[in-house]
Design a protein around this ligand. Sequence first.
Ligand code: FPP
Length: 237
Amino acid sequence: MDGNGRWAQQRGLPRIAGHRAGVEAVRGLVKACAARGIEVLTLFAFSSENWRRPKTEVRLLMELFISALRQEVRKLHENNVRLRIIGERGQFPASLAAAIAEAEALTRNNSGLTLVIAASYGGRWDITRAVRRLAEKAASGALSPADISERMVADELCLHDLPEPDLFIRSGGEQRVSNYLLWQLAYTELYFTDCLWPDFDERQLELALASYARRQRRFGRTGEQVGAMLRPQRAGG
Ligand code: FPP
């Protein structure tokens, strides 16, 4: 969700006003995704590297996360949304950690859209943590290093129980993944837009989905193979 700061600067406002407008955009997007039957929406709210920002911006962002969580959680619950937060929670202020735990507990059994918020998250952190867990199992003798498979690494990642993302959207004009879901993005379709995050509305989502619909996902196969897989099988064939 990039571009909040520039959105605010363009209006002569402090950066935090851009983040507040960013929360409004999140609200609209969650609604639009739920209405379209999208099963999982994962938002990158704060990266492992964002702790390097000026102390005041970090503090204001933490306050914004807490107030957004407290304000929105009831509504999310009423709309059957399951909320999950991934990232290094140990770094959060205690009040934010408590608000996260409450929101997750309240919405745990909901069956609609799964809304994942990545906060204090980094793809490298996620993979390192997974590797450390496997190394611990190997050191204890529960696992032989030769048996470690891609599946085992994937099973230790934060989002091990959710499908890999079909579509990655980055707003704000930069064309990089910035340490997001590094493992899971291996075959994800990437979509970059100059639109600043607070302006990312339902129309922008439609543009991204239309771009996705034009892609051919081959997962290493040839275009012909994929075409044959998509054609209906003949009876007895
Ligand atoms: C990046 O834009 C945005 C962030 C680091 C914060 C994003 C957070 C929100 C939109 C709030 C979401 C809240 C919840 C609870 C999901 P930037 O500041 O890097 O913008 P710039 O590149 O224009 O400076």
